[in-house]
Structure formats: C-alpha cells, structure tokens
Design a protein around this ligand. Structure first.
Ligand code: PLP
Length: 442
C-alpha cells in the first residue's frame, strides 16, 4: 500500500479518468472550477467559451437558476426514495411532461441513469417485448457501423466504433451491422442532409434476407450520429429504415442521447426528421447534464404487451437503484421548464442558419477536408497526419483550450455542440478563435 502521507497535495494519480489520455492530462492538467451560462472558469482563472455544452448535455447552459434551486430544495425535502415497489410524485410528473414533449405515440417512460443504461434498457425491452408476444425467436439486434451507443456490453455490441469494441472480447451474440452513411467523396461540405446515401437503408433488407425477420428484435441507430464525428442522415434514409422495420415487424430504436432536447431545434430528431420510432433513448439534456439521468420512451404497444398476467407480479425484471430518483426528477422537471419558459429550442432553430454559415466559412483553411452541420451541431473534418491519426485534431483541441474555447475531437474530426442559449456574437467568437487555431496548426 502506498504511504498516503507522502502524496504531494493535489495528487492526480488515484483518479483513472474516463476516455482520457491519462498520462498526458496529468502532466499538464486542464481543470474547470466553475461555470456560468456559456462559460467555464479554469483553475488558473481564465474564461473558456463552452463549444460543446459540456459533453453534449448542458443544452440550457450552466448555472441555470431554476435547476440549481430545484436540486437544493429537493435535497432537503426528499433525498432518496426506493425505486422498486415505491414511488414519489416527481418521477410520475416528469414522465408525464416527457410524454407531452415526445413525438405522438411514445407514451411511456422507463428511467435510467445514463445514455449507456438507456441503450441497454431499450435493447432488453425489445427482446422481452417480442417474447411477451410469443415471438421469442426475435432476439437479433441490428446496429450500424460507426454507431455510438454508450459503453456497456449491449451498446458496444450494436455500436460500430472499432476502438470501443476490439479490446473487450466477443461481445453479444446475434448482432449485425448496417453500413455507415459517411460518403465524403459525394457529400463533402453538405449543409444539412446529404443528397447521397439514402439508399444505404436498403442494406437492412439484405440483412433481413440473410437472417430472416423472424429472428430480428430491433434496429438501433442514432438518427444523426454524433460521437463518431457528426454524420447527418442522407435524405430519405430514416424514412426508409422506418418503412423496412415496420414491414418486417422489427422495432426501430432512435438513440437520441445527443439529439434529444432541442439540439436540432426541435424537441427530438424524430420531430425534426418527421420519423417516429418505437423507442427513443435519452439522457444528457434531460437534466441539462446536472444530475445523471436517462430515460427510454416507448410506445403504448410495447408497454402494454408487458401488462398481462397476475397483477401482483413484476412485469419487467429490470431497473436501477436510482431509476427516477428524486434529485434527478427534480432536476429534469426544472430543466424542461427552463427549455420551455426560455424558448431554448426555438433559439437553436433560429440560430441554425447563422451557425451553418459561420461553420462553412472555415472551408479552405489548412487541413480542412469536410464541414457538416444540422441544428446547433457542427463538424470540421481534418486531414489526418500520415501514420498518426487523431494527432492533428487533438493538437487543435489543446490549442483551442489555450485560446479560450472548449471543442471536442473524435478521430481527426472536430465536433461542436454549444449550449442552445448561444448568441450570434458567441458563435462569431467560437468560430473565429477556431479559425485562428486551424490557421496555425501543423
Ligand atoms: N448514446 C449516444 C448516441 C451517445 O452519444 C452517448 C454519449 O455520448 C451515449 C449513448 C452514452 O451516454 P452515457 O455516456 O451517458 O452513458
């Protein structure tokens, strides 16, 4: 055992940081100590403009008074209530508000604590749903190359990001993948939805022919793929997926952990693209990122298929100690109220054209090979350094932090997703500083 009295103050060794280059970070740490609206404060007293809404989650910006107050009040009133066989009012109230916000036809809410747990929950519900209806052979799950569905075993199995999969064994059985829709040769510098690639949805027909529909439970996709570097769905693609899944009795799950709660200027991507799935997975913006919480929205058909048998029996053997916990429920209610009262989704919709123009003005800067956008999401793809993928974008991230803006990178793609309260002046600042970073990048 180490002698703790010998540890220097502020020792950074114990915390094994998630999705982080730990050794690089600990040599030169980047610490936030406060946040308000669009800005973080660093431990050395600098202001950093938040170009990523934390991790795609603080859609209403930071330190929102309604949310802060709701959490403080809730902690003193009811800190925790058992999630199984007991209830508390705010979890029910939040579920009703979520159903009000959700696309028509999604009428029930199952609470989780994160996006990853929402994904596991939706996949399990899909398989159990078919079994409850007497179609127990429908166990196969279909994801997509480059998909990100969190980091638990179900999520990495249906996901399609190789680094998130290859270290972790054989994953779930009975999973197949559709091809991704990134076609830079045809679609580079598209504003909004690309023209080419809608027909890639027909690959699902090929997969159905291979396995037979009677073995397939669900298809899960991000309607707009975020974490892989912002892949906007080609025109017609999502409608086609909906038509094929419906035709074969396969459930369609939209993973809206990033796109939910106004990111595209509508409550959900399902609303934005006019395609309603059978389930939507959410987290992040549900509580403005402040308290961990996720939720799976399901159709009445799915929910009702479980409501059979003796009434004293548990219908779904699934749930978490913190499902719908009081603090998260209070934060969720205050967040939804903030979105509504402050017109935050509308602000995102109103600014999306300005955002698009600002982003695409980066075309022609060194190393830039593609720019993509929708709502208040943007991506700038950089040419990789030969033999050193990710290095160039990571350097851009470090330089951006020094320049006072927080960006996010994945591979050699810079992804931007600011809080939806951003102003035109702040868009100018974010993109202007990023332009300077790109101009000086090796
Ligand atoms: N699904 C999608 C589409 C996501 O983007 C993410 C996180 O970025 C997740 C799932 C996982 O969410 P969490 O990190 O809360 O587990």
């Amino acid at each position: 055992m180490s002698d703790r009295t010998n540890l220097p103050p502020n020792d950074l060794r114990a915390f094994w940081m998630p999705f982080t280059a730990n050794r690089q970070f600990k040599k030169n740490p980047r610490m936030f100590v406060a946040a308000d609206k669009m800005h973080y404060t660093t431990s050395d007293g600098r202001q950093v403009l938040d170009g990523t809404a934390g991790l795609w989650c603080c859609n209403a910006g930071h330190n929102q008074p309604r949310i802060v107050e709701a959490i403080q009040k809730q902690a003193a009133e009811l800190d925790y209530a058992p999630a199984f066989q007991m209830g508390h009012p705010k979890a029910f109230e939040l579920a009703n508000r979520l159903v009000d916000l959700a696309p028509d036809g999604l009428d029930h809410v199952f609470y989780t604590n994160s996006g990853s747990e929402s994904v596991e929950t939706a996949l399990k519900i899909a398989i159990a749903y078919h079994r409850a209806r007497g179609e127990g052979a429908r166990t196969r799950l279909i994801g997509r190359e480059r998909g990100y569905h969190g980091v638990n075993f179900g999520g990495i199995s249906v996901g399609g990001i190789v680094t998130n999969r290859k270290h972790f064994g054989s994953l779930l059985n009975g999973v197949d993948h559709m091809p991704h829709t990134h076609l830079p040769d045809q679609n580079a510098y598209t504003r909004g939805q690309p023209e080419h690639g809608g027909d890639l949805a027909d690959e699902l027909e090929r997969i159905v022919t291979l396995h037979d529909a009677s073995t397939i439970a669900a298809v899960i996709v991000e309607p707009l793929a975020g974490s892989t570097g912002v892949l906007v769905p080609p025109k017609g693609y999502l409608d086609r997926l909906r038509a094929i899944t419906k035709k074969h009795g396969i459930l369609l799950i939209f993973d809206e952990v990033i796109t939910g709660f106004g990111r595209l200027g509508a409550p959900f991507a399902a609303d934005y693209y006019g395609v309603t799935p059978d389930m939507i997975t959410t987290a992040k913006g549900l509580t403005n990122g402040v308290i961990p919480m996720g939720a799976v929205l399901t159709s009445a058909d799915i929910h009702d298929a479980f409501m059979t048998g003796p009434e004293n029996m548990i219908e779904l053997f699934h749930g978490y100690t913190y499902s719908g916990n009081p603090m998260a429920s209070a934060a969720g209610l205050a967040t939804l109220e903030t979105y509504k009262e402050d017109g935050i989704f509308q602000n995102a919709a109103n600014l999306s054209g300005y955002w698009e123009d600002a982003l695409h003005a980066l075309k022609g800067l060194p190393h830039v090979i593609d720019i993509r956008n929708t709502g208040l999401i943007g991506a700038i793809e950089l040419e990789s350094i030969e033999g050193a993928p990710t290095k160039r974008a990571f350097q851009a991230f470090l330089d951006a932090y020094d320049a006072g803006i927080l960006i996010r990178t994945t591979g050699d793609i810079i992804a931007l997703s600011p809080p939806l309260i951003i102003s035109k002046a702040e868009i100018d600042e974010l993109i202007g500083k990023l332009a300077d970073v790109l101009k000086n990048l090796d």
